[in-house]
Design a protein around this ligand. Structure first.
Ligand SMILES: Cc1cc2nc3c(=O)[nH]c(=O)nc-3n(C[C@H](O)[C@H](O)[C@H](O)COP(=O)(O)OP(=O)(O)OC[C@H]3O[C@@H](n4cnc5c(N)ncnc54)[C@H](O)[C@@H]3O)c2cc1C
Length: 581
């Protein structure tokens, strides 16, 4: 540390870690040290900064922790690959750059848990706004921010295949919506993305690099932490895997949904029987550490395209130099987009209170790891249920900090999950089978026409589905027996000087991609940690389907939104979020 012992030590310079580093060092007097296991996100690294390079870091040890689940019992024993960013910026340096807040009702569901009252949408909205600079929104849009570090571009989703997609969803009976992060999530729209002037805008670029000159902020990369040092119920610093001890007044874990529970368990905080069984001395009993793990699973429904209008040619090797040239010198062309420019949110049945399926449309047929089907042009929809009731765990298997923890997700283990998967595929097929696609449709190649019955669909999902890369909730906020983090302070229950701020603290995975919710948590946590006056809650009316008026209040007019009073209505038990009574 340039000025001696740090006041705050942030473990993990990932998405939440970069946001916290910025906010906590802003007053100039708090000395903040960020320790990141991965390397720097160098300016020359095109695989980070060129949006279309997003497939390359996955599976590459220079960027990715390369996790794998345990054999999943309901997925034919498959081990599901889990990428996680191991580089400055964390997963925000390798993610798909899709920016989704989730549904406002996700946060009402959070706030319905004991002790979580200040995490309802009204309290979260000002922090969502503080983080962003949304170029597509009107200056007076009460839902969107314009002065935050995270610049957001939208769309452009302007090609014959995107046009066909928007026409097809309407032919299938679904509405368009102006902004899925605005007053109404339900429907189809162009998506916001973390791209600015053709470059990825990671949390490191948005929050950390601009303030690295602050004398009270220090960053050390390639420093992996092995455990938190505890003295009599108080965190006093950390030990690195190389044995270096770094002391600080306060430690904040921002290691992500896998890294943070792993570090707590390595430090002796968790379920005492589990810890003893693998040779770790229990220091503090907290049985929820690593439990409650949630995620989104997804598949791609792929079609070949009969017209030369997909983005498939941009994948040809001989086009790479031209695309690279365009991106490098003009920040334009196929290299400057993540290709996830549009999609939407749908309720798959009339019992769910708000959308339970998310769609991404891609004018291209390609898997996340870059593999493509045989043949020429194609397009695909990414689809998956958003609030599965399957729960899993992160558990270390030895005291070795270099070892990987055992990840169990229990995908497809519940009736609800299986039912929604069948609905998801039928809904996707209904959209892709509409007349708007007729001029382009060369037939479904995956799963293909032989997959028809409910059981065939589930078999295919078991064989083919991949994670949508949203592990979360493994150190959940709350006050109950399984809760790990105090929602008012972000402190680990029962341990002084130790907090967790990242995707692991969600009580429930939100309905959408989870980067934006992670950054909202970090923004709000910064105020809680600093003891700053929290931003005023904003009770702005938002769209709620009539079915979601579960506690007796009116649900509001589906087209016109709803009253602020109805917006505040909450159901009494968690399951009613899913099955509207
Ligand atoms: C390939 C991929 C694509 C995705 N696409 C999208 C998308 O398009 N949109 C979206 O919203 N979400 C997406 N996500 C998810 C989203 O990016 C993450 O959920 C979110 O960024 C998590 O933030 P975090 O702060 O919890 O963790 P991270 O950003 O992963 O940060 C954790 C950091 O801690 C470091 N760390 C961990 N353990 C240690 C240790 N022991 N010592 C030191 N450092 C440590 C890690 O190296 C990492 O830098 C994607 C994720 C991946 C991996």
């Amino acid at each position: 540390m340039r000025q001696g012992r740090p006041d705050i030590l942030i473990v993990g310079g990932g998405s939440a870690g970069c946001a916290l580093a910025n906010r906590l060092s802003a007053d100039g007097s708090t000395r903040v040290l960020v320790l990141e296991a991965g390397r720097r996100d160098w300016r020359w690294d095109v695989f980070i900064h060129m949006p279309a390079g997003l497939a390359t870091p996955i599976g590459n040890r220079f960027y990715d922790w390369k996790y794998e689940s345990q054999p999943e019992p309901h997925m034919e024993g498959r081990r599901i690959y889990h990428a996680r960013g191991k580089v400055l910026g964390g997963s925000s340096s390798i993610n798909g750059m899709i920016f989704q807040r989730g549904n406002p009702l996700d946060y009402e569901r959070w706030a319905a848990e004991p002790g979580m009252e200040t995490w309802d949408f009204a309290h979260c909205l000002p922090y969502f706004k503080r983080m962003e600079d949304c170029l597509a929104a009107a200056p007076d849009d009460p839902f969107r921010g314009h002065r935050g570090p995270l610049g957001l571009e939208r769309g452009p989703a302007a090609s014959p295949l995107f046009e066909a997609f928007f026409a097809a969803v309407q032919q299938a009976g679904y509405p368009l919506t102006e902004d899925v992060n605005g007053a109404r999530q339900e429907g189809f729209a162009m998506f916001d993305r973390n791209i600015r002037r053709g470059r990825r805008l990671s949390a490191a670029r948005a929050y950390l690099h601009p303030v690295l000159g602050r004398p009270n902020l220090e960053l050390r990369c390639r420093v992996q932490i092995a455990r938190v040092l505890l003295e009599g119920g108080q965190a006093v610093g950390v030990e690195t895997v190389k044995g270096e001890r770094i002391r600080a007044s306060e430690v904040i874990l921002c290691g992500g949904a896998i890294g943070s529970p792993q570090l707590l368990q390595l430090s002796g905080i968790g379920d005492p029987e589990h810890l003893r069984s693998i040779g770790v001395e229990p220091r503090h009993e907290l049985r929820g550490v690593g439990e409650n793990l949630q995620d989104h699973l997804e598949v791609y429904v792929q079609h070949t395209c009969t017209q030369p209008v997909s983005l498939q040619p941009s994948l040809r090797r001989r086009r790479a130099p031209w695309i690279g040239f365009q991106w490098l010198f003009l920040r334009r062309g196929p290299g400057a987009t993540n290709h996830f420019e549009a999609g939407g949110f749908v309720r798959s049945n009339d019992e769910v209170a708000y959308p339970n399926l998310m769609f991404h449309f891609l004018p291209l047929a390609i898997r996340y790891d870059g593999s493509q089907p045989e043949g020429g042009h194609g397009y695909q929809v990414h689809i998956g249920p958003m609030y599965s009731d399957a729960r899993g765990s992160v558990r270390i298997t030895s005291a070795d900090p270099r070892g990987k923890p055992a990840l169990r997700f229990n995908y497809l283990s519940t009736d609800q999950d299986r039912r929604e998967w069948v609905e998801a595929i039928r809904c996707t097929r209904r959209i892709l089978g509409q007349p708007a696609f007729a001029p382009f449709d060369g037939g479904e190649t995956s799963p293909g026409p032989s997959v028809e019955t409910d059981e065939e669909i589930l078999d295919w999902v078991r064989r083919d589905a991949e994670t949508a890369l949203h592990p979360s909730c493994s150190c959940a906020m709350g006050v109950g027996e399984q809760a790990v983090i105090d929602p008012l302070t972000m402190r680990v229950h029962g341990v002084d000087g130790l907090r967790v701020v990242d995707a692991s603290v969600f009580p429930y995975v939100p309905n959408g991609n989870i980067y934006a919710p992670t950054m909202m948590v970090a923004e709000k946590a910064a105020d809680l940690i600093l003891g700053a006056t929290p931003l005023e809650p904003e009770r702005t009316p938002y769209y709620k389907h009539p079915l979601s008026a579960t506690s007796g209040s009116a649900g509001g007019d589906p087209d016109a939104g709803q009253t602020p009073e109805a917006a505040g209505a909450r159901p009494e038990t968690a399951p009613s979020w899913h099955r509207a009574s």
